[in-house]
Unconditional design. Structure first.
Lengths: 180, 375
């Protein structure tokens, strides 16, 4: 990676990737449920999954009168096999960046737009860019072409509860679907 | 080269933006999940930053003292400006009063001008200019802006008298204008007995009378005494027009008023016909208000302007000193640093420093009054 990127992009990309990866895993689980648990391979337009795929087995059952009778039991397949479901409980991201500082005359600050009415003390006058760099090692000169990092970032992520807003959004969409 | 606080602020903003990008992804996924018959029963992926550590290596380029421009400093400056404005407006008013009470050109307005209300308007105007002039990082610019602002703004609040060396158009407290004849000392000699609605109208008559005086076509046709007003009324015939003039108020018992008026008219004619000469610089410096007054040409009288400028010039160093005192007590040490990877590689080892900071989950959570997370 040669072109310097904004630090927010470099930090945001792995975090968003964790979220997206979890979604991909959830999608795979959903497909597993659909393919294994139901008889149709594709969902109809009306959302009908088709018939639940059952497993049927027979066994000798002793009745109240002491007689033994052959009995058939049918249970949904999904209830007897484990469903693969993965969730990222915690993630750690660490990387090293070589910062690139713009000249003061070309600093891409937001205050220069004239729209920022905050006091000069609070306005953001600088936006740094960086490239992924190589960690500097004590006493060793950097002999490769890669840039030597001067910023190290460690982020520990954990699964969060859905926000109130997100729960409300899901409820609204669910209700709208039922009303249709 | 940037200040270290800007660098850290920039990185903190980037961290917030990065978290927002992850939340944006969760938000988009929420819609996808809701539309899916199976995924709608799954929790939408959402992450929290439990802990974030940043370590940055930077090269110190310079260390400097800079004034702090914050609300507390602004308040001190505004308080100082208020006091300064009150004192300066009061001094300006006194200087203006001194001119209007002693200079006969302003006699017609001296009863109502300058008033308390005028002083308040002056204060407002001055305060507005001084607040806008304040540039915390550039004291000399503050001084220049304040000086120029005040010098340009105050004349707007001063009455204008247009005058030549022998005649003046003076304002009255009713808002109209009178035409005044002046002697060689600039003192009132006579007053044309007419109230002019506009300065232009008065100026037209002033020029006509001046022209007649210069061509020696002004004749004193009669003089009579008005016992009630305690003035002499003289009739001046200038070409085909007659101007009634009031004079002699201070020497009503002049035994030969007509001769006195004729003498005054003749002196004016002489002055108007005398070849003009350059006023030497020492005289201009000694009597700036009287220097360069043209016998024929009507120009703005500068007495009030000079009086107010004198006050402003005396007060401006105090303004500069006051602002400097406040700013010198509100200084902060600023590190100008370079975080560019290449620049650090080439920097002197002793200038290189490291800063580490960490953020916890709470730093990314909105808390209510009981310190409980809102979301």
């Amino acid at each position: 990676m040669i072109t310097p990127k904004y630090i927010s992009d470099l930090l945001g990309a792995p975090m968003a990737a964790v979220v997206q990866a979890e979604a991909i895993a959830a999608k795979a689980t959903a497909e597993f449920i659909q393919e294994v648990g139901f008889s149709k391979s594709e969902v109809n337009e009306d959302g009908n999954f088709g018939t639940v795929r059952n497993v049927t087995f027979s066994y000798n059952r002793i009745e109240a009168d002491g007689q033994t009778r052959m009995t058939n039991i049918s249970v949904p397949l999904l209830t007897v096999i484990p469903i693969p479901s993965l969730k990222v409980a915690e993630a750690e991201i660490e990387f090293d960046l070589a910062l690139s500082q713009p000249n003061s005359s070309t600093e891409g600050g937001e205050s220069s737009s004239g729209k920022d009415r905050r006091s000069p003390f609070l306005s953001r006058s600088l936006r740094l860019k960086a490239i992924i760099g190589k960690k500097a090692q004590e006493g060793k000169a950097n002999t490769t072409n890669s840039a030597t990092a001067n910023m190290n970032v460690k982020i520990r992520l954990a699964q969060a509860e859905p926000t109130i807003g997100m729960v409300q959004l899901l409820n609204i969409l669910d209700n709208a679907d039922k009303e249709n | 080269m940037s200040q270290l606080n800007s660098i850290i602020a920039s990185i903190l903003s980037d961290i917030n933006e990065a978290k927002a990008k992850a939340d944006q992804t969760s938000s988009e996924l929420a819609r996808t999940y809701a539309a899916d018959k199976i995924l709608r029963y799954f929790p939408v992926p959402r992450i929290n930053i439990e802990n974030l550590e940043v370590e940055i290596k930077y090269a110190v380029n310079s260390v400097e003292e800079k004034p702090i421009d914050n609300a507390a400093t602004r308040k001190k400056v505004n308080d100082f400006i208020k006091t300064f404005t009150d004192e300066t407006a009061s001094s300006v008013k006194k200087a203006v009063e001194n001119v209007t009470k002693t200079n006969e050109l302003y006699e017609g307005i001296s009863k109502i001008y300058p008033s308390k209300e005028w002083e308040l308007s002056l204060k407002e105007k001055m305060s507005d200019i001084l607040v806008k002039s304040f540039k915390p990082n550039d004291p000399s610019k503050t001084k220049d802006l304040a000086a120029n602002g005040l010098r340009n703004a105050i004349p707007d609040l001063l009455p204008v008298v247009k005058r030549s060396s022998s005649m003046a158009i003076v304002p009255t407290d009713k808002g109209d204008f009178r035409l005044m004849g002046l002697d060689d000392q600039g003192k009132s000699e006579f007053l044309v007995d007419k109230e002019y609605d506009s300065e232009a109208e008065a100026l037209k008559d002033a020029k006509a009378l001046t022209s007649s005086l210069k061509s020696k076509k002004v004749e004193v046709t009669s003089v009579k005494k008005d016992e009630n007003k305690k003035v002499e009324i003289g009739a001046l015939k200038a070409g085909n027009r007659t101007f009634n003039v009031l004079f002699g108020g201070k020497s009503i018992n002049d035994p030969k008023p007509k001769a006195s008026l004729e003498k005054a008219i003749n002196i004016k004619a002489e002055v108007l016909n005398k070849p003009q000469r350059d006023v030497p610089n020492w005289l201009k410096a000694s009597k700036p208000a009287m220097a360069n007054i043209n016998p024929e040409k009507f120009e703005d009288d500068v007495s009030l302007k000079l009086a107010t400028e004198k006050v402003i010039n005396e007060r401006l160093p105090l303004f500069e000193q006051g602002i400097n005192d406040i700013m010198s007590k509100n200084m902060t040490t600023v590190l100008n640093v370079n975080v560019d990877g290449e620049a650090i590689k080439n920097a002197q080892p002793e200038t290189i420093s490291t800063i580490k900071f960490s953020l916890s989950a709470q730093d990314f959570t909105l808390l209510d009054d009981d310190q409980e997370p809102i979301l």
